[in-house]
Design a protein. Structure first.
Lengths: 116, 116
DNA sequence: TTTCAGTACCTTGTATTGCAAAGTATATTT
DNA sequence: AAATATACTTTGCAATACAAGGTACTGAAA
C-alpha cells in the first residue's frame, strides 16, 4: 500500500496554491520557499519548484528581481503581480469548494452494505 | 488567466480520496458515483472515473459485483475492501495534513514588501 | 593562483493521471 | 429489426511532480 504516492498526488495542484499563498505574504527566493513550505509540512524539491516558478512567471502571475546576497550568489526574489493576487483569490475560492466537497462526503452516514 | 485548469489540477489526487470516501458510505456503480460527486460539487467524467476504478480494484482497494438492473444493462457495484478501508484512513490523515498546511500558509500575516 | 566547499539556479527524462472523444455491449422500446 | 437508453471501456494527449544530474557564482583555504 503506497501511501507516499497518494500523498504526492494529493499535493498536485495544491502546490501552486500554496506557493502563491506564501508569496502573498512577501517576496522570497527558491530555497527560501522550500524552507518555508517545509515548516508548513509540505515537502517540495528543487526539480518541482523551479519549473513551477518559471511557469507562473511566464503566465504573468509572478515577477522576480535579482538581489545580492551577503554570502553566495545573487538570488531571484519572486513576488506576486496584480494578476497573481487576483488569481490567488480565484484559487481561494477553488480551495473552499474543495474542502466543502470533502466535508459533504465525509459527513454522510455510512449506508447499509448491499453486497454480501 | 486559466482558472479552470488550476481547479482541475487541484482536483487531481483529491479524486481518489473523494471516491473512497463516497464508497465508504456504501457500494455504488460508476454512473451513480458520478452523480453523487456532482451533488457534492465535484465534476467527474467517465473517462476519468473508469480507469481510476480499475486501478483501485487492481490495487485491491476496491472490489465489485455485477448486479442486474431493472432498466438497462447490469451494473458493476464497487465497494471498499478491508485494505481499502485502511487506505482511506491513511488518506484521511493526508487530507488533514494538507488542510493544516494551507491554514498555516493562509493565516500568516502579510510581510512588508521588499521589492520596490 | 588554484582548489574546494557552499549556495543558488536550471534542465532532462520518466511516471502518473485527468480528460476528451470515440468505441463496445446490453436491454428496452418502437 | 431498428432506434434509443444505459453502462462499461479504450485510446491518445497534456499537465506536472520528481529524481538525478548539471551550471554558475562566491569566498576561503591550500
Amino acid at each position: 500500500m503506497n501511501t507516499e504516492n497518494a500523498k504526492s498526488q494529493m499535493r498536485k495542484g495544491m502546490l501552486e496554491y500554496c506557493i502563491l499563498l506564501l508569496l502573498h505574504k512577501g517576496p522570497a527566493y527558491a530555497s527560501d520557499i522550500i524552507q518555508q513550505l517545509k515548516e508548513a509540512q509540505l515537502i517540495v524539491v528543487e526539480g518541482t519548484l523551479y519549473p513551477l516558478l518559471t511557469r507562473l512567471k511566464n503566465d504573468r502571475l509572478l515577477r522576480y528581481e535579482w538581489q545580492e546576497s551577503t554570502q553566495g550568489p545573487p538570488r531571484k526574489y519572486y513576488a506576486l503581480t496584480l494578476d497573481g493576487e487576483e488569481f490567488l483569490r480565484h484559487l481561494d475560492g477553488a480551495w473552499n469548494e474543495l474542502t466543502n466537497t470533502v466535508n459533504i462526503l465525509r459527513s454522510g452516514s455510512k449506508a447499509e452494505v448491499i453486497l454480501t
